[in-house]
Design a protein around this ligand. Structure first.
Ligand SMILES: *Cc1c(COP(=O)(O)O)cnc(C)c1O
Length: 378
């Protein structure tokens, strides 16, 4: 197996793999399974600083985003879509699919959304049922300050839907302080579980809006109301993937045992960015850097595919290129979850250094040495 250092899926610790190999109970009938599910969801909510209930849905991150939109949107609803990246803009497609009218507030992809710009926008128009925004827009590595943006949206009476699939566990999320009505996460990013689960955390206000709908939710699988009372009723809307839940529970405990998790993500991310710029490469973003991923412009004259191929074939390391409007333009190094450590970053930077030099683009200084120096001086 190659060294997996993409911005998700991420590598999985052995104790999580082993937890997934336990015997499978009857997840519909076994009270012990309900208790494990419930306990795991409560721990997860507590980690996010909220008493709002969380639910683990069987499906990867996209299911959480679609479920939030499907459950809130009725035909004709106006929805504000904060867009400074590919996932940010992508919410508009779900809104349209469920009969809503997305209104995009499009900002520069290279910069985090300015709270002042949002406020100015809302002063002129705030007739929206809810707003969507992305915490870390992974293709560009852009981190939006949800703790500044969501309170402004709440001031204007909008519910908030936040995609922190690749942000959480590497960047702090405080659901209560921010005022997040629906928070979406995914198992395969900084939590370091295999893909397969999405986590959705729902406020009482969001549930109240769902319950007051004039029309039914136009989906069974994406209807969050179907989960709302599973614990009281000991009844899931469909059979839960017990192996995925076992792995998730173990991975969450790994995170809870890791007191240094946010400081380490910040320290490693900052040293990677520092090394990249010291060596004469350029970052995609101008500000708003996520602790979970570093996004580097493909050096002029080189092809992303050639770099990625040599990284994998010669060095046994998988990093990512990109897609959509950023296809072939950037390289992405994931430093989230299990991949967020100095040894892996030294390996990936040494490999990138050799690869670029081999392809005719020598660097200003050694990438791994610059990384070491940055870490030491942090
Ligand atoms: C990974 C990710 C998702 C989920 O998409 P996948 O298809 O599971 O990769 C959603 N939002 C963001 C910001 C992500 O990084």
């Amino acid at each position: 197996m190659y060294n997996l250092l993409t911005p998700g899926p991420t590598k999985v610790r052995q104790n999580v793999l082993l937890a997934r190999a336990q015997e499978a109970p009857n997840a519909d009938l076994d009270p012990a399974f309900y208790a494990l599910y419930h306990d795991t969801c409560e721990k997860y909510s507590a980690f996010l600083h909220t008493k709002n209930p969380s639910f683990l849905l069987s499906g990867e991150g996209i299911l959480g985003l679609e479920a939030a939109v499907a459950s809130l949107t009725e035909p004709g609803d106006r929805v504000l879509v904060l867009d400074n990246g590919i996932y940010g803009k992508g919410f508009a497609d779900f809104v349209t699919l469920y009969g809503g009218t997305p209104v995009l507030l499009t900002c520069d992809m290279h910069r985090a959304i300015e709270p002042a710009a949002l406020r100015t926008y809302l002063e002129a128009d705030h007739g929206f049922k809810y707003a969507t925004l992305v915490h870390c827009d992974t293709p560009s590595g852009m981190l939006n300050d949800i703790h500044a943006l969501c309170p402004i949206l709440k001031e204007y009476g909008l519910l908030t839907v936040v995609d922190s699939v690749s942000g959480m566990f590497g960047n702090r999320v405080d659901v209560e302080a921010a005022g997040i009505d629906i928070l979406c996460g995914g198992s395969q990013k900084a939590l370091s579980c295999p893909p397969g689960l999405t986590m959705v955390t729902v406020s009482p206000a969001a549930f109240a809006v769902m319950q007051a709908r004039r029309t039914p939710v136009a989906s069974f699988y994406c209807n969050l109301l179907a989960y709302k009372d599973y614990w009281e009723n000991q009844w899931f809307p469909y059979t839960m993937p017990s192996s995925d839940i076992n792995g998730f529970a173990r991975a969450l405990d790994n995170v809870l045992e890791d007191a240094d998790i946010f400081q380490r993500h910040a320290r490693i991310a900052s040293a990677v960015r520092g090394a990249v710029t010291d060596a004469g490469l350029s970052l995609f973003g101008e500000n708003g850097y996520s602790n979970t991923v570093t996004v580097i412009n493909v050096p002029e004259g080189l092809r992303d595919a050639a770099i990625l191929e040599r990284m994998l074939k010669v060095h046994g390391i998988l990093i990512a290129g990109c897609f959509d409007v950023l296809a072939h333009k950037v390289l992405r190094i994931g430093h989230m979850g299990e991949g967020c450590n100095a040894a892996d970053m030294l390996a990936v930077l040494a490999a990138l250094d050799e690869t670029l030099t081999h392809l005719g683009r020598p660097l200003r200084c050694s990438l791994p040495e610059a990384f070491r120096a940055r870490l030491a001086s942090a």
